[in-house]
Design a protein around this ligand. Structure first.
Ligand code: C2E
Ligand code: MG
Ligand code: MG
Ligand code: MG
Length: 287
């Protein structure tokens, strides 16, 4: 009787378990289709000089133009794409779209700034990132001076030499390297010192602490001096208001990015920013 009950229970729970599995498999299949059918679009978020507001770069942020759900943000699918080994193909499409977009903006006579591309640790571990990017560059005739690569601290964590070699190869191509979300991962100071990295993007968690008083500010100030000792420039991520911007200017932070400056924008709106060149006048006008 006990056994039969157990069986009954098993049958009862099985559909619930397989429902989430089915959901996951459906998402994976939809993602595969999305890569095959080119359903990804890029939005661009500017990074500007902290003092002058001059446009320094645009970050390419991928979105999934889902046929039924509309625009889906990367947090919902990048992790899945990584775990199913699809991130290499997706990353390749992103790099290709960035180069194609740069050429289109150039053809429209727009003054260009570099575009930064986010690259996951998994791409460094499983693929040839410098080769992939070099092929995109030559396919579209885009110079390395117009490309930047954002890597998270977990990319540096992989202790195997090949990752360091890949970073060196990117640098040899002439591509700037940015450390993304700094302060949330596990990179060591010695790694920061050894790898030839150009820009430290401080995670928005630290920007958010700036308004909490002395400690938040002192902490950020320490990060700025450390980066400058390492000859890296510092970007504050997630700047959301005038008060944070003023503090960051005071702390000597080099560049800022965040909703207060601009949300990530579709390509057409990003083109208008390229033409404008600087963002603070627009902010002052809207204030
Ligand atoms: P990330 O590279 O750190 O990008 C910054 C994220 O913070 C973006 O979210 C951006 O929209 C958001 N953000 C910018 N300013 C603010 C602000 O002032 N306040 C707040 N609360 N958020 C702000 P998004 O576009 O959802 O991207 C999330 C993450 O997905 C990115 O974080 C990046 O790690 C990843 N990602 C995006 N595109 C790609 C890609 O093409 N390849 C890979 N491998 N990862 C990507
Ligand atoms: Mg990034
Ligand atoms: Mg970031
Ligand atoms: Mg971040």
């Amino acid at each position: 009787a006990v056994k039969a009950g157990g069986k009954g229970q098993y049958r009862f729970y099985q559909p619930a378990l397989s429902a989430s599995l089915v959901q996951r498999l459906a998402l994976e299949q939809a993602l595969r289709d999305a890569v095959d059918e080119d359903q990804f679009v890029l939005h661009y978020q500017p990074r500007v000089d902290a003092v002058t507001g001059e446009l320094r770069s645009m970050e390419a942020l991928v979105r999934w133009q889902h046929p039924l759900r509309g625009l889906v943000g990367p947090l919902e699918f990048i992790g899945v794409a990584e775990s199913m080994g699809l991130i290499e193909a997706l990353g390749c499409q992103v790099a290709d779209k960035v180069c194609r977009q740069l050429r289109a903006w150039q053809a429209d006579g727009l003054p260009l700034v570099p575009v930064s591309i986010n690259v996951s640790a998994r791409q460094f571990n499983h693929g040839d990132v410098p080769g992939m990017i070099a092929r995109c560059m030559s396919r579209h005739g885009v110079p390395a001076s117009l490309l930047e690569v954002e890597l998270t601290e977990s990319c540096m964590l992989a202790t195997d030499r090949p990752v360091a070699d890949e970073l060196t190869a990117l640098k040899a191509l002439g591509i700037k390297l940015l450390v993304d979300d700094f302060g949330t991962g596990y990179s060591s100071l010695s790694q920061l010192q050894q790898l030839d990295l150009d820009v430290l993007k401080v995670d928005r968690a630290f920007t958010a602490q700036l308004r909490n008083g002395r400690e938040g500010m002192a902490f950020f100030r320490a990060i700025v001096s450390m980066a400058h000792v390492l000859r890296m420039s510092v970007v504050a991520e997630g700047v959301e208001n005038a008060e944070e911007l003023a503090i960051l200017q005071d702390l000597g932070c080099d560049e800022v990015q965040g909703y207060y400056v601009s949300r990530p924008l579709p390509a057409a709106a990003a083109a208008r920013l390229l033409r404008a060149g600087s963002l603070f006048p627009a902010l002052l006008q809207s204030a």
